[in-house]
Ligand binder design. Structure first.
Ligand SMILES: NC(=O)c1ccc[n+]([C@@H]2O[C@H](COP(=O)([O-])OP(=O)(O)OC[C@H]3O[C@@H](n4cnc5c(N)ncnc54)[C@H](O)[C@@H]3O)[C@@H](O)[C@H]2O)c1
Ligand SMILES: O=c1ccn([C@@H]2O[C@H](COP(=O)(O)OP(=O)(O)O[C@H]3O[C@H](CO)[C@@H](O)[C@H](O)[C@H]3O)[C@@H](O)[C@H]2O)c(=O)[nH]1
Length: 340
């Protein structure tokens, strides 16, 4: 029988979650814990919060691009899978500071993937984005659609996808790249949510307005070629997205092949429909003003979901807009009380 204290022979079952103190990563840590998995987090706390990492989960404060730190963490915790959320995520900021984005999203991912290969990590799950598609020609978007990102953020993520594809071909690593559409909502049990005050996402802005932290909500453009003129997005509840990561882990552990998968529900809501639902849930109107278009917004982004449906054992449980809005508002109310 293997000596359980030997790192050479101990089963490598722990999941290393980079960016586990952030919005999506913290929900995935909860889902992994709920599934009885051992987890270790590496996060530099640049936008994440220590409090988002549950008690009992080790937090290593440092960069996911610090190959020595990552290798030491892999060895110390018996890591067999890396889930990589750490990164910079604000699209307009990526236009102003492209090199910061290539450094944090691409260069640091290169160092991380290199550390994984050197340490014999066999499974890698990557947070990619619908932004890799740019302005798609057809809707819904399937994974074979051309990848033509229109900003440095999308390009920095696409380069990491390419790196993973080539690394998988050359080394023993298998990966799942998950292309998230619009992630929203919060843990239904109230354990985590979107905590960054600087978030630019529509529902976060609406939740801030609903709790009196923001004077108004601007609708960026109502002259798009969509049914009501406002942009359409495929909003996915963060806890369903977290469950997709656990399903991707199970897929790879069962010997499944490398995959690139959209994460969405395959149906879109307009900005107006989202704000209408917020007002319905609140039972009162919000100060909403129509403003000009925001640069770089595609009119519509809706995920093709056929591939994820047939590849992963994943059943969405929170796939209605009302649940997404209710959980986002509940979290924001909690946040305002905790950090007034
Ligand atoms: N939020 C969305 O709608 C969305 C959509 C598509 C893709 N994504 C991707 O999902 C991932 C997570 O996004 P999020 O919304 O949770 O953002 P977030 O800012 O809440 O989380 C990112 C986390 O990574 C940490 N971090 C950043 N750079 C780091 C580094 N070099 N080393 C270690 N830790 C670092 C931050 O402190 C934070 O805890 C990102 O990679 C993002 O590109 C998000
Ligand atoms: O105050 C606001 C904020 C947003 N919007 C609109 O709401 C929609 C959604 O915007 P936002 O929530 O900022 O998300 P996206 O710009 O669609 O981008 C998100 O979704 C992408 C995938 O679809 C990810 O790649 C990005 O990381 C993530 O930020 C867009 O039409 C925006 O113009 C407004 O009208 N007013």
């Amino acid at each position: 029988m293997a000596n359980p204290t030997s790192r050479e022979t101990a089963p490598r079952e722990t999941v290393l979650v980079t960016g586990g103190a952030g919005y999506i990563g913290s929900h995935v840590v909860l889902a992994l814990r709920d599934a009885g998995r051992a987890v270790v987090v590496v996060d530099d706390l640049s936008t994440g919060r220590r409090a988002a990492v549950p008690d009992g989960v080790p937090l290593v404060v440092g960069s996911a691009g610090d190959a020595e730190l990552v290798a030491a963490t892999i060895a110390a915790h018996g890591v067999g899978t890396v889930m990589h959320f750490a990164g910079s995520i604000v699209v307009p900021e990526s236009v102003e500071k492209p090199l910061d984005y290539y450094r944090n999203n691409t260069v640091n991912s290169l160092a991380l993937v290199g550390a994984c290969v050197a340490s014999g990590v066999e499974r890698f799950i990557f947070s990619s984005t619908a932004a890799v598609y740019g302005m798609p020609d057809a809707m819904p978007i399937d994974e074979e659609a051309p990848t033509r990102p229109i900003n440095p953020y999308g390009r920095s993520k696409l380069m990491t996808e390419w790196m993973l594809r080539d690394t998988a071909a050359a080394h023993g690593l298998r990966y799942v790249a998950l292309r998230y559409f619009n992630v929203a909502g919060a843990d239904p049990a109230g354990r985590s949510g979107q905590s960054s005050r600087l978030a630019t996402h529509l529902l976060k802005i609406a939740a801030q307005a609903a709790t009196g932290q923001r004077a108004e909500i601007q609708v960026y453009g109502d002259d798009y070629p969509t049914p009501d003129g406002t942009c359409v997005r495929d909003y996915i509840h963060v806890s369903d997205l977290a469950a997709a990561h656990v399903a991707a882990l199970v897929h790879l552990e069962a010997g499944g092949d490398s995959q690139t998968l959209n994460c969405g529900y395959g149906r879109g809501y307009s900005v107006r429909e989202v704000l209408d639902m917020v007002e319905t849930v609140l039972g009162r109107p919000l100060p909403v003003r129509t403003a000009g278009r925001r640069a770089g917004d595609p009119p519509a982004l809706v995920a093709g979901t056929e591939r994820i449906g047939r590849t992963l054992d994943w059943t969405p449980r929170h796939a209605d807009l009302e649940t997404i809005v209710r959980t986002a508002l509940a979290w924001e109310e909690k946040l305002v009380v905790a950090v007034p």
